[in-house]
Design a protein around this ligand. Structure first.
Ligand SMILES: N[C@@H](CCC(=O)N[C@@H](CS)C(=O)NCC(=O)O)C(=O)O
Length: 242
């Protein structure tokens, strides 16, 4: 699938026509970069890749582009950039938006910074671990299940769940004070958290104890730029469920 909106960049010394390309791996964190590009109104080309059937990993063609072999990755002229956080900073530097990145000394700047970084550094890794545990439990050979499954359940119980619960409790409190993770308006922090929060909901971690988080997710699903991104890839949800 490909959307070409080409334009010449003012600072392109070659005067060439080229366009920033998002390499999107289906049902992956790279959906958030697609949403960010839509929210910024930035020109981009979209190339989508299916996950390998047997492993659900990125296919060789994707791994050949991404220096880390992971999604997301963008290319922009000669630049190849991986890592969600780096890509978000790059895009916000190139297409500044005071709404999506509250400026220094504005009231919600610190709240924005906290959730931007907690989203990528704490909530998303827990969501990934959760996905991985589900994947392993489903695929482990039957004779290993009696050993592997209890070990994973214990890790979930002692490590994953308590950490996630603390983060969700703080999210619940903060979203009770303002509707978005970045404050009064939707920011890049909300975009970053969307993947992990959807994962938390689909895997049963968002309960009746989290009405504000659930309401926030509904707001995300109703955002016009989120819907535009979703329409581009035709995915029902962001996260991988199989
Ligand atoms: N910290 C990295 C994590 C990237 C990551 O693990 N992405 C997953 C998609 S959700 C991936 O590429 N999986 C496929 C694979 O590892 O082959 C980032 O935010 O860019």
């Amino acid at each position: 699938m490909s959307t070409a909106r080409r334009r010449a960049r003012d600072d392109d010394p070659r005067g060439d026509l080229y366009v920033l390309t998002l390499h999107h791996l289906e049902y992956s964190q790279s959906f958030r970069i697609l949403w960010l590009l839509e929210a910024l109104g930035a020109p981009y080309e979209l190339v989508t890749y299916e996950r390998a059937r047997n492993t659900s990993l990125a296919p060789p063609a994707y791994k050949a582009i991404s220096p880390l072999g992971t999604a997301p990755v963008i290319t922009d002229g000669d630049l190849v950039l991986a890592e969600t956080g780096a890509i978000i900073d790059y895009l916000l530097d190139r297409y500044p938006s005071e709404q999506l990145r509250p400026a220094i000394d504005t009231p919600h700047r610190t709240r924005y910074l906290f959730w931007l970084h907690a989203g990528q550094g704490s909530v998303t890794p827990l969501a990934m671990l959760d996905t991985l545990f589900t994947f392993i439990k489903q695929r482990v050979p039957f004779f290993m299940k009696p050993f592997v499954v209890p070990a994973l359940n214990l890790t979930e119980h002692r490590f994953l769940k308590p950490r996630l619960d603390l983060l969700l409790t703080k999210a619940e409190r903060d979203l009770g004070q303002a509707p978005w993770f970045g404050g009064e308006a939707m920011t890049a922090a909300d975009i970053v958290l969307s993947y992990a929060m959807e994962s938390a909901k689909l895997r049963g971690h968002l309960t009746e104890a989290h009405p504000n988080c659930r309401a926030w997710l509904e707001r995300v699903y109703a955002e016009p730029t989120f819907l535009a991104a979703k329409a581009k890839v035709g995915q029902e949800q962001m996260v991988l469920l199989r």
